[in-house]
Ligand binder design. Structure first.
Ligand code: LLP
Length: 418
């Protein structure tokens, strides 16, 4: 039952390679910065979760927000994945990639009227509602369209996911969902409302969760409310556990899919309902590397060395936004002695640094480095700040590689302006 999940990036005789394809060769042809993804790593991660839940009715709705490049979505759809879309844009992208309306859960705080009308008109699988007000707006939109929307209410169980504060979502102080103790009455009061059909209950307590305990507590809360609702005469068809499974950015111990399943399945069995999972990072995170070139090096009088890259927070915002750690590796083999480097980007912001005091061999202008574990929340969070252009993306599969998104051009950007 164990899946073999190999690390996609390893040093070979042509330097750092993705499933055997030299990153230097890709950088040479496509230029830098460039995101590279391993198709095999995505397959392994998806099937790892799918197999862990094999003995229980489940559906994996990959969270598009982690990375929604069409080629990756088509790959995941081919594996049997469904989709978690967080905006009207993500629903449309899911359709483009071949997902059908029934495959989609529409999540997210602050859905606009246009987005709700679109989701209802398209008859998406489930709309995860964030508040009583949103339920009422969905009901109005659906009734006006002569339809019935399938909805799940997102509950906020006040559970500390023990992750970075900026990506914790299951605490009372967070804007997400409705308090667990209010949920029952919200369902009860609306169970006969025209335009609504309650099919599920949803929870998502945060992202980059590294221990099973908070997820286990969330599953218990979810099962508990589903059972109460059944007693109230509001029988549900599924429970939605959200996403959140972390990846080992720093090589730290991580919850394996099997441990995740073992932690949440007892609660799920208690309510007996099929489970929806919305993993994002755990599926694509480890597949990606951001390959970048050193454009300058310098040393301060106090000895601090800087390597300035042609990629920065406009390509990968996570370090600047959350202080998050990403491994950084030289792409070409280097014998020279190891010293400490601050690996920084070219943007005029001091937070624009990928790593501080990292042990690296002597770096020189023109050298390539790879920032690892950048498949999730990397390219999707890119920006045009400083009039920089979005990076291309390359998919490595079975020893070959393809550009799955070309580099943006300044003409692409200026096409929007008068
Ligand atoms: N479901 C919902 C309702 C979510 O809000 C999220 C992520 C997911 C599923 C997927 O979570 P995952 O399995 O990827 O942890 N930009 C941040 C992460 C933000 C996550 C937002 N919500 C980062 O770079 O760490």
């Amino acid at each position: 039952m164990r899946t073999h999940v190999s690390a996609p990036y390893s040093q070979g005789k042509h330097g750092l390679a993705c499933d055997g394809v030299a990153l230097a060769a890709i950088a040479h042809d496509v230029g830098t910065p460039v995101f590279v993804y391993s198709a095999q790593a995505i397959r392994d991660a998806y099937t790892g979760i799918d197999r862990a839940f094999a003995d229980y009715p489940h559906a994996i709705h990959y969270a598009l927000k982690a990375n929604s490049t069409l080629a990756l979505l088509r790959l995941l759809r081919g594996l049997g994945s469904r989709a978690d879309a967080n905006s009207g844009g993500e629903i449309r992208v899911a359709f483009r990639a071949g997902f059908g309306p029934a495959d989609i859960v529409f999540t997210g705080v602050g859905k606009t009227r246009d987005e709700l009308e679109f989701a209802v008109a398209q008859d998406v699988g489930t709309i995860n509602a964030e508040s009583p007000g949103e339920l009422d707006r969905i009901a109005a939109v659906a009734a006006a369209a002569g339809r019935t929307a399938r909805v799940a209410l997102r509950v906020n169980p006040d559970i500390d996911a023990k992750t970075h504060a900026n990506i914790s979502t299951g605490l009372r102080i967070n804007k997400f969902g409705v308090a667990l103790e209010d949920a029952r009455a919200i369902y009860r009061d609306r169970r006969d409302v025209k335009g609504l059909r309650f099919t599920g209950v949803h929870v998502h307590i945060g992202s980059q969760i590294t221990s099973a305990e908070p997820l286990q507590r969330a599953a218990h809360a979810l099962a508990g409310i589903a059972i109460e609702l059944r007693d109230d005469g509001v029988p549900l068809e599924h429970v939605d556990l959200g996403g959140g499974l972390g990846i080992p950015y720093e090589g730290q111990p991580m919850i394996a899919p099997s441990e995740y399943a073992a932690a949440v399945l007892p609660a799920l069995r208690r309510c007996g309902l099929p489970v929806v999972l919305e993993p994002g990072r755990a599926i694509v995170g480890r597949s990606g590397a951001l390959v970048s070139r050193v454009v300058d090096t310098k040393q301060n009088p106090d000895g601090r060395r800087f390597a300035v890259l042609d990629a920065g927070m406009t390509e990968l915002m996570r370090p600047a936004l959350y202080g998050s750690y990403h491994r950084i590796e030289p792409v070409e083999p280097r014998q020279a002695a190891v010293s400490q480097w601050d690996i920084v980007g070219p943007i005029c912001e001091s937070s624009d640094a990928f790593g501080r005091e990292r042990d690296m061999p002597l770096l020189e202008v023109g050298d390539l480095v790879a920032v690892l574990d950048t498949g999730a929340y990397g390219a999707v969070m890119g920006s045009n700040y400083n009039r920089r252009l979005l990076s291309p993306e390359v998919l490595v599969d079975d020893g070959a590689w393809t550009v799955i998104r070309r580099r943006q051009t300044l003409d692409d950007v200026l096409a929007l302006e008068s």
